[in-house]
Design a binder for this molecule. Sequence first.
Ligand code: NAP
Length: 324
Amino acid sequence: MKAVVFESYGALDGLKLAEIGKPALTDDGVLVRVRASAVNFGNVAHVRGEPLVGRLWSGLRGPNNPVPGGDFAGVVEAVGANVTQFEAGAEVFGDVSDHGFGAFAKYLCAPASTMARKPANVTFGEAAASAQSGLVALQGLRDKGGIQPGQKVLVVGASGGNGTFAVQIAKAFGAEVTGVCGTGNVDLVRSIGADHVIDYTKEDFTQGEQRYDLIFATAGNTPILAYRRALSSHGTYVSAGGEMAQVFQGLLLGPLVSAFGSKRMTSLYAQQSRQDLVTLREMFEAGQVTTVIDRSYPLAEAAEALRYYDEGHARGKIVITMEA
Ligand SMILES: NC(=O)c1ccc[n+]([C@@H]2O[C@H](COP(=O)([O-])OP(=O)(O)OC[C@H]3O[C@@H](n4cnc5c(N)ncnc54)[C@H](OP(=O)(O)O)[C@@H]3O)[C@@H](O)[C@H]2O)c1
């Protein structure tokens, strides 16, 4: 089968299209003919082997699995003897990032727990590109943030992959949403439902009068104390990404800052969850979310897709398509 592979950690140029063996079906596995995948931060980190600690999971000396890729959507080709949830021909979507990657390929074999039936009303590309970012947004807002109807929610990085889902999911939970993005993306963020948009190149949200009940941050580098200032008296900050300094402040200083006063400063590490994929599917089918796609690349141009993502200015998601 055709797959994109890399032999050693390093530059994104190391990704090459190759002909490799089709994965074997295991008793607990689902063999999926992949129709689309998508790009996430973890794919770039995986190929580069950075940060180094990630190699504890992906392979110390070199990649355990030469095929990167987490998000996928496709059609079930066959199921293992112990799998009861799916049957050949079922359309599914999911994420194999926590199961050794392998989605930048014509076929993958993964446990049933990594996938759910695909929403009926979206394309394979739209479904694939929602699997990780949709769960990051859902788990960040609902589980870490405890989002409630009527709350004032700020999404920092509202035009990116995670952020476009966060804006729509926060709206679906009945929040009043403010999106923070750059000048060129103001119309996009408004079009997906944000009630207010702040252009970060013109205005610093931490300096304004407005206070937020929940801040979901997935881009930029704002000091944690500035986020704290922008919270209402019992507000919650969820650090879900951004530049390393922002991520580390959330992780290391969050618990300390939370110890003083009533504001909570938390960090998200999104978890694989079939139940959450089902929730996401229901939101698609109810018309509450759509996937914003910036660009689509054929499998052979996966390296170019990752390079474009790595520039940091994607508007929504970047999809990788397999030929039909
Ligand atoms: N917590 C978890 O479990 C988890 C899971 C997966 C990923 N992540 C994290 O999520 C992050 C990547 O998210 P992503 O894929 O959504 O990113 P992305 O799609 O690459 O985000 C790009 C967008 O961010 C905007 N942006 C850049 N700087 C900004 C700023 N200062 N303020 C507001 N918007 C800004 C860009 O707009 P402009 O072009 O206008 O600048 C662009 O539209 C990474 O940090 C990754 O570590 C976390």
